[in-house]
Design a protein around this ligand. Structure first.
Ligand SMILES: Nc1ncnc2c1ncn2[C@@H]1O[C@H](COP(=O)(O)OP(=O)(O)OP(=O)(O)O)[C@@H](O)[C@H]1O
Length: 260
């Protein structure tokens, strides 16, 4: 059996005491390629932020294997492209765990960056200002940064949004390559056909876990309908489950007094 890369233990994540991911349990084993799916606002990005430690749990715990270096690619909408930088600067940022933020880059580092740009199909782009790139080109640059990070755990939040079919095909190939190298890769994806065709496993969220397993078994019409119904019925102002509160079907139902 593989070792655990990420362990969720009754994990609840949220904002201002309002839960966005509720009572999640399970283990992502090392070397897994997993798609995270669910409707808008179902908690996918929140889960990613919980895994990298950007969000502290409201309850429970999320543990990442201590030896796992993490590469995280947020949604493009969270990136500031106005920063005056060239493509090579952005890709070089992936080297900072090895070199430190102000560390000097040697000839080998420059070669690593060029090789990464070549691998994502952007040979010759190293001096381009990042604010002149198309959305698809920027996503390729960000994948190049992940490449140079050389991380054991890779988290990609909606990397295929507003990307043309050719770019999606190229980026999926890179993701499969990382999986083939034994890395653990979690990807937030909206296109369910793309998941069925390319991802061995899927985790379906509607703030709580609906299903998790082989992609084809997870993305059944029944599970998707259940996810939709639960999601639509969700109360945005639901309170945080305090320790000791009762949970029914994955949702906090408050503290039930013992029946005498
Ligand atoms: N910084 C924040 N402060 C308050 N609430 C937030 C914050 N970020 C997200 N939320 C809320 O948490 C819930 C889950 O959001 P999240 O971004 O995780 O969903 P998602 O599944 O990634 O959605 P999408 O597919 O639209 O990107 C939503 O109700 C959202 O409004």
């Amino acid at each position: 059996m593989n070792d655990a890369c990420i362990t969720f233990s009754n994990l609840t994540l949220g904002y201002d005491s309002h839960p966005a991911v509720h009572h999640l349990d399970g283990v992502v084993e090392k070397g897994t390629l997993l798609a995270i799916v669910g409707g808008n606002g179902s908690g996918k990005s929140t889960l990613m932020k919980g895994i990298i430690g950007m969000l502290r749990p409201l309850g429970g715990a999320c543990t990442v294997a201590p030896d796992a270096r993490i590469a995280y690619l947020p949604q493009q909408s969270e990136l500031d492209r106005s920063f005056p930088a060239q493509v090579r600067d952005l890709v070089s940022l992936g080297l900072w765990p090895k070199r430190g933020l102000l560390g000097r880059h040697g000839a080998q580092d420059r070669e690593t960056v060029l090789n990464a740009l070549r691998a994502v199909g952007l040979d010759g782009f190293k001096r381009r200002p990042i604010d002149t790139l198309s959305g698809g080109q920027l996503q390729r640059v960000l994948f190049a940064r992940v490449l140079v990070q050389d991380a054991e755990l890779i988290l990609l939040d909606e990397p295929f949004n507003a990307i043309d079919a050719k770019t999606v095909t190229d980026l999926v190939a890179l993701i499969k390559h990382w999986h083939g190298e034994g890395r653990t890769v979690l990807v937030v994806v909206h296109d369910l056909d793309l998941v069925r065709e390319n991802f061995p496993q899927a985790l379906l969220l509607a703030r709580r876990l609906i299903a998790w397993g082989a992609a084809r078994d997870t993305l059944t019409p029944e599970n998707l309908l259940r996810a939709r119904r639960l999601h639509e019925a969700w109360d945005e102002n639901a309170p945080w489950c305090a320790p000791g509160d009762d949970v029914h079907d994955g949702v906090c139902v408050g503290r039930q007094e013992a029946v005498q």
